[in-house]
Design a protein around this ligand. Structure first.
Ligand code: TXA
Ligand code: MG
Length: 337
């Protein structure tokens, strides 16, 4: 299958392109589309066969459930069985936007979407292309990030094609995603609610709206084998091709050492710090603001993949709440396969 690429205006998507993409989804096909976080790989959520194709295209384990995307509250009612006041409050404050809520599912939601579990993750994306596409499709859309399993999430249409070309029907190319990392995932079926995946909406912001404490899921090494609470929690989920080392201070000494050993090195350092080495080092000066950092993160990792660096050295941001989501993605990138 040849993947079609349709350019769209990210702020005011052309109705023809949206209608074509919605037609593919309604016919059970796969469409990659931009959201404010990363590109999603969409299929009609209530069509089990269509969602199974997402898992095949991505090489995603069946134990990892996918997020269902809705355009309005009536679509929400098709997938969610219970809509507590806590969810309503969070939705009023953060939707449309980069927050996914885990809630009891309706029986109509196919098992493949929820990995057989009793809950479903839902979110209402803010990106005009995503919103227009879901509305035109007229059905809720299941969409994980549009990358092969274990590879870096895509923030451009080119990134999508790097791993999914000829595996999906269509890509809507709406340019770069404006936020750059995946949504915050909050489980509202536990008491207190559990932060399953940190994102740019922080636990304190959620906690403030809810007026309750939020517990943090133990990142990585989950003890329970089955069912997996949120497989995005498993390590090595967003990894570039080269091994990543995170350093809590300057990376200069380690970079010099690797260069001396003859390696090509990718170095994510900070803006305004002095760099060493030339030629064999691909040095990137990262911004000192979490939102700006998140926006660049995956593009830089994709670039390291493209230029074939053999090692990646990352100078870690501070261990404080505003940086939690970025640190989480960097630590996953660094965990051994
Ligand atoms: O920003 C995003 O969330 C992007 C865009 C496309 O919306 N999507 C995304 O999907 O990152 P994916 O499949 O790469 O990550 C979904 C995360 C995983 O960590 C998964 O385990 C968790 O959400 N998840 C999905 N359904 C769940 C459920 N019922 N219970 C617990 N975790 C769930
Ligand atoms: Mg993903």
């Amino acid at each position: 299958m040849t993947t079609r690429v349709l350019p769209v205006d990210p702020l005011d998507p052309e109705p023809d392109a949206i209608a074509a993409a919605a037609g593919v989804l309604r016919a059970g096909g796969l469409v990659a589309f931009p959201t404010e976080t990363v590109y999603g790989l969409g299929a009609a959520a209530l069509d089990a066969g269509a969602v199974e194709r997402i898992f095949l295209a991505k090489g995603r384990p069946a134990t990892n459930p996918v997020i269902v995307h809705v355009a309005d509250l009536s679509q929400l009612e098709q997938v969610v069985d219970v809509w507590p006041e806590s969810a309503a409050r969070l939705a009023r404050r953060f939707w449309p936007g980069p927050l996914s809520l885990v809630l009891p599912r309706r029986p109509e939601v196919p098992d493949v979407v929820t990995a057989g579990g009793a809950t479903v993750a839902v979110r209402m994306p803010a990106h005009p292309v995503a919103a227009a596409l879901i509305r035109a499709a007229g059905v809720p859309i299941a969409a994980p990030s549009a990358n092969r399993s274990l590879r870096i999430s895509p923030t451009t249409a080119e990134h999508v094609l790097t791993t999914l070309a000829d595996r999906i029907e269509l890509v809507l190319d709406g340019g770069s995603c404006p936020r750059g990392i995946e949504s915050t995932v909050l489980d509202l079926t536990t008491d207190p609610p559990t932060l399953l995946r940190p994102g740019l909406i922080t636990a304190s912001e959620l906690s403030e709206i809810l007026g309750t404490r939020i517990q943090l899921a133990e990142s990585g090494r989950e003890k329970r084998p089955e069912p997996v609470r949120s497989p995005g929690l498993s390590t090595r989920h967003y990894a570039p091709l080269a091994p990543v080392e995170c350093v809590e201070s300057s990376g200069a000494a380690r970079v010099r050492q690797l260069l001396a050993a003859g390696h090509r090195v990718g170095w994510m350092g900070w803006e305004g710090t002095e760099r060493v080495g030339h030629g064999q080092v691909e040095a990137v000066a990262m911004p000192r603001d979490p939102a700006a950092y998140a926006l660049r993160l995956y593009a830089v990792l994709h670039r390291f993949d493209e230029c074939g660096v053999e090692r990646i050295i990352v100078e870690m941001p501070p261990d404080t709440e505003p940086w939690r989501a970025v640190r989480d993605r960097l630590q996953r990138a660094a965990s051994p396969a």
